[in-house]
Design a protein around this ligand. Sequence first.
Ligand code: SAH
Length: 346
Amino acid sequence: MKDIVEKLYSTGDLSDSELKELILTGDEEAADMLRTYADEVRRKYYGTKVFLRGLIEISSYCKNDCIYCGIRRSNREADRYRLEREDILSCCENGYGLGFRTFVMQGGEDAYFTDEVLVPIVSEIREKYPDCAITLSLGERSHESYKKLKDAGADRYLLRHEAASQELYSKLHPAQMSLENRKNCLFDLKSLGYQVGAGFMVGAPFQTADDIIADLRFLQELRPQMIGIGPFIPHHNTPFADEKGGTLGLTLRLLGILRLMFPEVLLPATTALGTIAPNGRELGLKTGCNVVMPNLSPVRVRKKYDLYDNKICTGEEAAECRGCLQRRIEASGYTVASERGDCISR
Ligand code: SAH
């Protein structure tokens, strides 16, 4: 196993069969080596910097029905909300004061947020905060819509591809959704000049090592600036309620592999990782992650953006989340960066 990690470190790639061995291994020594090399590479490109993204969860309405997701359309128990323009702008104001220089507007695919509604909001944030990056994560939209939002001032877009294998994709999504469309959206976003984030859940039901290899190969083809991965966590009101969640070990192994395959990529230590282990995000930072995304949403809606069970950070004000994460970052040996945090290979 050691020689495989060495090869990944020195060449940035592996054959499918080597990747499979590394994905499936329980070898502690390999895990330690991956972490050491991943940290060395992140320090070479990004030093000890960790970039903060202020996450504003703008709507829990969703027209889609992804089998794994707590805010899927079929979940009648979900408590739905959407933020108005004023709410979103006050989140930004609060966040700017706390030092955030990236705002991420994420939400379900809510028909209320047409281009007519969104474009003026994005333009207003762009005008008020010229030194900040605006990231959107609002699912699949048309090329035309992505273009209007880009022209209004959006810089980045997060759209996990979720599963690059057709077989797995169709087990995780209803028949109306298509992997082809999801991939086309990502290529559209890239061609429009967005900095793009793709990614997938680790340990999703039915996911095999071969599926994960397909995800890694797709990422090599897309070459996104950001890669978001986190463990799958079951939600009690979905058909996957009784499925097993993704493990800490596999998630960390994949974070290490990603850092070595994509040395310059922005890699978040996700909230889901912090949910399955109290020190999950710290371990992520030590295994190549260089981004964290504290929550800026108003506390009154936090629990309603309920993608999976036991999500952390749903009770604290933004300032508390910011302080807590800063302490965790510094205790892990890293520093909070004060800039926008663009990908160095942009
Ligand atoms: N509507 C947007 C935002 C989706 S929510 C979009 O389509 O991109 C953001 C991410 O949460 C999803 O991409 C998915 O990978 C993740 N997610 C959803 N349900 C989850 C679960 N049960 N466990 C872990 N992650 C989940």
